[in-house]
Structures are given as C-alpha cells and as structure tokens.
Design a protein around this ligand. Structure first.
Ligand SMILES: [Zn+2]
Ligand SMILES: [Zn+2]
Length: 329
C-alpha cells in the first residue's frame, strides 16, 4: 500500500520482493500497526521527502532465509522461525553527539521507517538488523505490533514523568491503552481524558484500570502529578497544565500538534514543565519488551486486511475503534 502524494489514498501496487543488503534483514510481514503519525504523513503535516513511500512503522514479521545478499552471520542463523519487530527508528549515524550520548532518537541524520525507508504496509520489508527487536513469544504478532510505536512512545513519555503517582492521559487510543496497564502494574493512578461524549473510550479506560475517566475539558477529581497528551490538539496543553499540581510535567507525545493557544503564565508557574518526546531509542525498546510480558500488558488490536489500509486509517481518524488498528497481509 503505497503513499504517492499528500491527500491521496494509499494505492495497492504489486512490487518485486525487496533485496536485503549486508546488515539488513528481509522480513515477511505478519502484522503492521497503523498510527496517528501515518495520518500526519498522509495529510502532509509531517513531510515525506522522497515519495512514493510504503508507510507503516509498527511491524512484526519473520526473517526470511537469506536470499543470497550476504553470506555472513545470517547463514548461521538457525532453521527456526525468527520473529522480529521493526520500529520507527530505522537508522542513525552512530557518530553525532546525540548518538554517542544515548539520545539516538534525536540524531539529525536519523532515517525513519515508513517515512525515509519503506515500511510495513506490505508483504515484505527490508530493515537494518541493528534496529530490529526480538519479540517475546507470548505475544501473537497482531498483539505485538502496537507495542512497536504506541507502546514505545507511551513508555518513553512515561519515563519523562519521573515517579509521578497520578498520571493524566489525554486521548485514550493505542498508546494510552497500553500505558494505562503499565501504570496500573507500577501502582500509579491513571486519569483518562477523551473527547466529550466518547463513552466507549471512557468505559474502555475504566476497564483497563483507570481511576477516573472524563472529558478533556473536565477537571480531574484530584490534582495530577503529570499528564501525557497523545491527541494532536494544542488546545489540550493549557487544559493539562491547569490539571497538574505544582512541579508537575505535561508531556506532548505526538510528532505533530495543532498550535498551542496562548495561556496565562500563572498556569506554568510553580515549576510546572511542558515538554515533548520524540521518536525512540533502542534502549526504550529493550526495556519495554522486557516489561510488557511481566506487566501482562494486553493490546487490543482491531485487524484489517492489508488492502484495507485506507479504511483502517479512516477509522483511526474518526475514532471508530478502541485500542489499536493493525493491518494483516
Ligand atoms: Zn547521530
Ligand atoms: Zn507511530
């Protein structure tokens, strides 16, 4: 399913199976999650520099036996089926100050899966082996796919909240539904904020252990220690600032957000912090994939055949499913 131009639907095309170069894996895709970032790419809010491009950066698949591209390590890789996850972070330079300082997520030369490199809305994908993750056996591929971005960005955003006990989640989609379970396992309290009247999302949040669920415009029953905003609405930033206690942090978890309206300094005063999180590091992935099975995180995928990628994206945009949308070739 190929992105050709801003605003146009993805197009189903037949293409030759890609060839892995040395250091790369040829992965047969079993599942690929859809993400709000895909909508930002299609809408042109995040630029694809060199279309056409295959989107999709929450990929789970099996490594195909080496097709002759390299005779090195993969020749000894056993006959067993090897399952990997391919995330948004597809390549970094390894040399810049960010890469050397443990912040490869900010590498200015980074290449991202499904934006700069062809992604997983396809039957096969080629990925740099150094950025792929082994997937815990307890997760079926459709369940594991949402961990690759929704889970990872949620996990990174949660780390930015430090030891906050009462956490607000604005936008209860794929990321929040994973994070709510992690927070609960860690003994934190979750307060879920959704569009006013989205009873399904609020009920879902309570089912997953949220202490409270309501509309974004509502004040929570107690002041929060931190809030994470997953919905791409700048207007949520002052709302979240008003909901956090002195010293509290508001984390913006998306790659794009509408403009933030001006707000009185008084709601930032007392050492409140507004910050964003960007991308992921490999360390984030290793930590999350070790934690998820221990916390018994269950993702709730709604699956679509690959050729219905446009329908899945439209349903994501309209909020027509709870949990995560996943494409299955
Ligand atoms: Zn770098
Ligand atoms: Zn994503």
């Amino acid at each position: 399913m190929v992105f050709e131009a801003v605003g146009a639907p993805l197009r189903a095309l037949a293409r030759p199976v890609p060839r892995a170069q040395p250091g790369q894996l040829l992965v047969r895709v079993q599942a690929c999650g859809v993400c709000r970032t895909d909508l930002h790419l299609i809408d042109g809010e995040v630029e694809i520099a060199a279309p056409p491009r295959i989107l999709g950066h929450q990929i789970i698949g099996t490594v195909e036996r080496d097709a002759g591209a390299t005779a090195s390590a993969s020749a000894s890789a056993s006959d067993e089926e090897r399952r990997v996850g391919v995330p948004w972070l597809g390549w970094t330079c390894g040399r810049c100050a960010y890469c050397r300082g443990g912040r490869e997520n900010l590498c200015p030369h980074a290449r991202f899966t499904g934006r700069d490199i062809d992604g997983g809305m396809a039957e096969y994908v080629v990925a740099d082996e150094r950025y792929c993750f082994p997937i815990p056996a307890s997760y079926p591929s459709e369940q594991a796919a949402p961990l690759m971005c929704a889970g990872l960005i949620g996990y990174r955003a949660l780390r930015m909240c430090g030891d906050a006990q009462r956490i607000g989640l604005y936008g209860f989609g794929a990321a929040a539904h994973i994070l709510a379970q992690i927070c609960r396992w860690q003994g934190r309290s979750v307060f879920a904020f959704t569009r006013a009247g989205d009873d399904a999302a609020q009920a879902f949040a309570l089912e997953l252990g949220a202490a409270w669920a309501g509309a974004s415009e509502q004040a929570p029953p107690e002041a929060l220690d931190a809030a994470i905003i997953f919905a791409p609405l700048g207007s949520l930033v002052p709302l979240a600032l008003r909901a956090v206690a002195p010293g509290g942090t508001v984390v913006c978890g998306g790659i794009h957000m509408s403009d933030i309206p001006s707000f009185p300094y008084g709601i930032l005063w007392e050492e409140r912090v507004v910050r964003s999180v960007a991308n992921l590091t490999r360390r984030d992935g290793e930590e999350l994939l070790a934690l998820a099975p221990r916390a018994a995180v269950q993702t709730h995928p709604t699956s679509y055949p690959l050729e219905q990628a446009n329908e899945a994206l439209a349903d994501l945009r309209a909020g027509r499913f709870t949990g995560a949308g996943v494409l299955v070739p």
